[in-house]
Design a protein around this ligand. Structure first.
Ligand SMILES: Nc1nc2c(ncn2[C@@H]2O[C@H](COP(=O)(O)OP(=O)(O)OP(=O)(O)O)[C@@H](O)[C@H]2O)c(=O)[nH]1
Length: 349
C-alpha cells in the first residue's frame, strides 16, 4: 500500500503538493485548535477546525478524483478566508499566519490566480482594525506581505518555466529537435480524433536515410550526426507549421501531415526526397532518403496506419532506394497497391 501511495505521489507533482499541504495543515493546525478550546477561545478553535476540515476535504477529493486543480483552488481560497478570519479574531498573532498562506497560494495555484487571491487577503487583513491596530502595523504588514508575495511570484514563475522546459525535453530529440516516439503517441491520438471528427484527411510519411552506415563508417559518427541535423533543418524548412516532425529512432523519421490526401502525400514526399537528394551532402558525397507513406483509413489504429507507412518505406528500400512508395489501399478487400518513384507513377494503377 505504501509503495502504491509513494508511486502515485512521485508520478503526479500537483497531487503531491496538495496532499502535502493537507497533511501539514491537519498535523500543524489541529493542536492549535485544541489549545484555543483549552484556553477558552472557542470561536478561534471552531474556525481552526473548519480550516482543517476544508483543507483535509480538498486533499481527499484530489486523491480520490485526480482533480487536483479544482481541489487546489478550493484549498487556496479556504486558507485565505480562514487567515482573514483568524487575523480578525486573534489580532496580531493571527496575522502571522498570512505568511505561510501566501507561500501556499503560490505553490497550490497558478501564479496569477495566486497573486489575485493573496492581494485580496492582504487587503482584507489591512482593512481590519481588529487585526492591525495602528497605521504603522498596517504599513509594515503590507510591506512584508508584498515582499513575500513578490519572492513567491518570481519563484513560481521560474518553477513554471523550468517545468515546461522539462516537459519539452522529455518529448524532444536533443540532436535534431524532432519530437521523439513518446511525444508522437499523444500527437497521433489527437490528430486521428480530429480527422475523424472533421473528415479532413491525414497522412503519415516515414523516411529513412539510405546507406547511412557507410556515412558513419567512412566519415565518423560526428559527420553522421551533422547529416541528421541537415536533414532535420531541411524538413522544417519545407513543411508547414501544422505538420509534425518525429524522430522514430536512428536515421528514421516520421511526418504527420494534417489535410494530406494521397495526392498531397505524393507531392510532399517527392518534394522532400528531391530536396534531400539535391541539397544534403557529407564531405561532397550526396545523401538520399527512401520514403514510405500512407493516408489514414478511418477505423484503423495508429499502430496499423504506421505499420502500412513503414512497410511502404521498406518497399522503397527494396525498389533500389531514393524513391517514394505510397500505400494507397483504401480499405478491406482492396488489393495492395503502391506508388513509387523516381520517375515512376502509382504502381498498381
Ligand atoms: N551518426 C549517427 N548515426 C546513427 C545515429 N542513429 C543511428 N545511426 C547509425 O545509422 C546506421 C544505420 O544503419 P543501417 O540500419 O544498416 O541502415 P543503412 O546503412 O542506412 O542502410 P539502408 O537503411 O538499408 O539504406 C548505423 O550505422 C547506426 O549506427 C545517430 O544518432 N547518429
Amino acid at each position: 500500500m505504501w509503495t502504491r501511495l509513494w508511486t502515485r505521489l512521485k508520478g503526479d507533482f500537483h497531487l503531491a503538493i496538495v496532499v502535502m499541504f493537507g497533511t501539514i495543515t491537519v498535523l500543524g493546525i489541529t493542536p492549535f485548535a485544541f489549545f484555543r478550546f483549552m484556553v477558552g477561545q472557542r470561536a478561534i478553535g471552531i474556525l481552526d477546525m473548519l480550516i482543517v476540515s476544508g483543507i483535509a476535504a480538498g486533499s481527499v477529493y484530489a486523491w480520490r478524483t485526480g482533480r487536483t486543480v479544482g481541489a487546489a483552488n478550493f484549498m487556496s481560497v479556504t486558507y485565505s478566508i480562514g487567515c482573514i478570519a483568524v487575523a480578525h479574531l486573534a489580532g496580531l498573532p493571527g496575522v502571522l499566519w498570512v505568511y505561510p498562506v501566501l507561500v501556499a497560494n503560490f505553490l497550490l495555484v497558478g501564479r496569477w490566480p495566486a497573486l489575485l487571491i493573496s492581494t485580496l487577503a492582504v487587503a482584507a487583513i489591512t482593512a481590519s482594525d481588529a487585526a492591525l491596530a495602528s497605521n504603522l502595523q498596517k504599513v509594515m504588514f503590507v510591506t512584508t506581505s508584498v515582499v513575500m508575495s513578490l519572492f513567491s511570484f518570481v519563484f513560481a514563475s521560474r518553477a513554471e518555466l523550468q517545468r515546461s522546459q522539462l516537459e519539452a525535453i522529455a518529448v524532444q530529440d536533443p540532436l535534431t529537435g524532432a519530437i521523439n516516439r513518446r511525444g508522437m503517441q499523444a500527437e497521433l491520438e489527437i490528430a486521428i480524433a480530429s480527422s475523424i471528427r472533421s473528415g479532413i484527411p491525414l497522412g503519415f510519411l516515414i523516411f529513412d536515410l539510405d546507406r547511412f552506415k557507410q556515412v558513419n563508417d567512412s566519415f565518423g559518427h560526428e559527420a553522421g550526426d551533422d547529416v541528421l541535423v541537415q536533414v532535420a533543418e531541411l524538413v522544417r524548412r519545407s513543411t508547414r507549421v501544422n505538420d509534425r516532425f518525429f524522430r522514430l529512432g536512428g536515421e528514421e523519421f516520421g511526418l504527420l501531415l494534417p489535410g494530406a490526401n494521397t495526392g498531397a502525400l505524393w507531392s510532399i514526399a517527392e518534394k522532400l526526397r528531391m530536396a534531400v537528394d539535391g541539397e544534403v551532402q557529407c564531405r561532397g558525397r550526396g545523401i538520399t532518403i527512401s520514403i514510405g507513406a500512407a493516408p489514414f483509413r478511418p477505423g484503423e489504429s495508429a499502430t496499423d496506419w504506421l505499420a502500412r507507412a513503414d512497410a511502404a518505406m521498406y518497399r522503397a528500400k527494396r525498389s533500389g532506394r531514393n524513391c517514394t512508395v505510397i500505400d494507397v489501399r483504401t480499405g478491406d478487400g482492396d488489393p495492395e497497391r503502391a506508388a513509387s518513384s523516381p520517375g515512376a507513377g502509382f504502381a498498381g494503377d
